[in-house]
Design a protein around this ligand. Structure first.
Ligand code: ASP
Length: 332
């Protein structure tokens, strides 16, 4: 009897041991691991309403196991090439001297970076930024030097000032009042961040900047760390809005560092916005005149967004579809 009891006990222990080994093996199985630690990929996010079309283009690459870097470049080229989009690329509103000057930057999963600022006559500054990253020993080229490099790389010199933008500029000249307002479309940048099916992150950011700015003014959009930042270990972020405020806190680097400290993309964007709000108040400026919006994505494909005041939206495309989301905001 005692032997039979021992036998049963030992059998039970042995089968429990077997079950534990099987469980352990399961956890090591990459299939099982991905279930227990779910990652949403591929996924792409971009700023504003024009992000929907841009995401759709990026998705063609992401959904085909393509690289996030290729996807973000192809995506942001859509509004860059569209003259109806008056705050990015071709058709963008000019500076106060009637010159269309463009800013763009790009960053990949290896922390390769490329950027152009105050670039004239080239429809796709993002592709010039990518070549600065890939074919030059530098990370940033500006003004005439950026144009010279673009022409050497085979880009075509084109007039980017469309009749609509010229008309608006001439109208503006009557008062010449420089007053970039929150959410009216005399600015707006496309910032795009993506996680590809290989688990790699990249980002791109491109704009014509603030309409009727001083000639030579550069905002946050081509500044790595301000308008865009990617750390393939942690996540990515991009920004839109009053670039001067974003540069002041090195906004996108801040968002990624907050994610590194364990914050969700949503909480990281909220904290970066509250930092900006604090600095605006400190300088005695009116919050209602300023807009800054961040979008962020982490390595698990979780995302978030936050802005100073209502009106900012962003587009998200994953396997469930492409949608526009209104960002939550600080100033209620
Ligand atoms: N951030 C851009 C700039 O300051 C403009 C914008 O996104 O609205 O040039």
């Amino acid at each position: 009897m005692a032997n039979r009891r021992n036998f049963l006990k030992n059998t039970a222990l042995a089968s429990a041991g077997l079950a534990f080994t099987a469980f352990k093996r399961n956890l090591e199985d990459p299939e099982i691991k991905s279930i227990s630690n779910k990652i949403t990929k591929p996924i792409v996010l971009s700023t504003w309403r024009f992000g929907i079309e841009a995401n759709a283009e990026a998705w063609k690459i992401l959904n085909n196991n393509g690289k996030a870097l290729d996807a973000v470049e192809a995506g942001v080229k859509i509004p860059e090439g569209n003259p109806e989009e008056r705050s990015v690329g071709y058709g963008g509103r000019p500076d106060r001297d009637g010159r269309v000057t463009l800013d763009a930057c790009i960053m990949d999963e290896l922390s390769n970076i490329g950027s152009v600022a105050c670039l004239e006559y080239i429809k796709h500054p993002i592709s010039v930024a990518r070549l600065v990253m890939e074919k030059s020993p530098h990370v940033m080229l500006v003004g005439d030097g950026a144009l010279q490099f673009a022409l050497e790389q085979g880009f075509k010199k084109e007039n980017l000032l469309t009749p609509e933008s010229e008309k608006e500029w001439k109208e503006w000249l009557k008062t010449s009042e420089y007053l970039p307002k929150a959410n009216i479309e005399n600015h707006d940048t496309i910032g795009m961040i993506a996680l590809d099916s290989h688990g790699n992150l990249s980002g791109a950011c491109t704009t014509s900047g603030m309409a009727f700015k001083m000639h030579g003014r550069v905002g946050d959009s081509p500044i790595i760390g301000a308008g865009l930042f990617v750390d393939n270990e942690i996540g990515a972020a991009t920004a839109t809005g009053h670039g001067e405020e974003v540069i002041r806190v090195v906004g996108c680097h801040l968002v990624v560092e907050l994610m590194r400290q364990g914050k969700s993309p949503q909480k990281a964007c909220e904290e970066a916005v509250s930092r900006i709000v604090k600095k605006i108040k400190l300088r005695g400026k009116e919050l209602k005149d300023i807009q800054v919006g961040f979008i962020a994505l982490n390595k698990k494909g979780e995302y978030g967004s936050y802005c100073v005041q209502g009106g900012f939206n962003y587009a998200v495309h994953d396997a469930t579809g492409n949608r526009l989301i209104d960002a939550n905001y600080h100033l209620k």
